[in-house]
Design a protein around this ligand. Structure first.
Ligand code: KIV
Length: 294
């Protein structure tokens, strides 16, 4: 992997071997990713790579690949729980999955989603729940959705020492309010609100903002207007970084197929073939053979 032109230290693209490399090819820096490091990356123009994970094995693979931020997303609902929306995810679900992910990660920054209604009732409850995510589950930061409405809550969480990532644009926890998962902020009024919300979140102390499914031009403008890294999903190429749901980009989950998902593999097809092959072998008594027996 070559050194990034804007990062003469070579630490983002890296020159050290990771101890977790499976194939001996990983070549990114072992340096632990922190919220400060993400800010430095924005300033140096080094793109930030983020993915989701929900369990130990996936987190270990994602981390070993040099991904900078691992989000334990409330997309756990659609990907792992087989549900249609994120709204029913609970704090206990998120604490459980974050605990699993944390065990598999050495380098990436681990961010956990605060689920719907765990931070909206009042800021005391939000603080307690953010604290659980850090103390019980080992998250290094939490993410929550919304702008003006959550700004005071963000400030309180940040003030006690828990980094907060904002989330604007398409906010899936509000699906019942909006009724669709279509692109947000196409109209000027909503775009203006989004610009204001990004500033409010920055003033409230977020270390980063996820921008989901908004026009690329607007995302570019917002990215340039704030000092914190903006991580896009369906928000064009000008954001400071990108995030995808791992199961979508791996082709494990294929029922959800928005155009912003690039499929980097067809692992779902591979898995199904392997399961079928195994079933055939068992039925034909081809498995186990002598060397697989005692
Ligand atoms: O829950 C999630 O996976 C997310 C990403 C889509 C940003 O919030």
């Amino acid at each position: 992997m070559s050194q990034h032109p804007n990062d003469p230290s070579g630490e983002a693209a890296g020159d050290e071997q990771t101890p977790r490399s499976r194939n001996g090819k990983s070549q990114f820096s072992k340096r632990k990713v922190t919220t400060n490091r993400l800010k430095e990356m924005k300033e140096a123009g080094v793109p930030i790579a983020a993915l989701t994970a929900y369990d130990y094995s996936m987190a270990e693979l994602v981390d070993a690949a040099g991904i900078d931020v691992i989000l334990v997303g409330d997309s756990v609902s659609t990907v792992m729980q087989g549900l249609e929306t994120t709204v029913t995810v609970t704090m206990d679900h998120m604490v459980y999955h974050t605990t699993l992910v944390r065990r598999g990660v050495e380098r990436a920054l681990v961010v956990a989603d605060l689920p719907f209604m765990s931070y909206q009732v009042n800021s005391d409850e939000a603080l307690r729940n953010a604290g659980r995510m850090v103390k019980e589950a080992g998250a290094e930061a939490v993410k929550l959705e919304g702008g003006r409405v959550v700004a005071d809550t963000v400030r309180r969480i940040v003030d006690v020492g828990i980094p907060v990532m904002g989330h604007l644009g398409l906010t899936p926890q509000s699906i019942h309010k909006f009724g669709t998962y279509q692109v947000r902020a196409r109209e000027e009024e909503e775009a203006e609100e989004l610009r204001r919300d990004a500033k409010l979140l920055e003033d409230a102390g977020v270390f980063s903002i996820v921008l989901e499914k908004v026009p690329a031009e607007l995302a570019q403008e917002v990215t340039a207007s704030v000092g914190v890294p903006v991580i896009g999903i369906g928000a064009g190429g000008a954001c400071d970084g990108q995030i995808l749901v791992s199961h979508d980009m791996l082709g494990i989950c294929t029922r959800f197929n928005p155009r912003f998902v690039r499929r980097y593999a067809s692992i779902g097809d591979e898995m199904q073939k392997a399961f079928e092959h195994y079933a055939q072998d068992v039925r034909s008594r081809g498995f186990p053979n002598e060397s697989e027996s005692y």
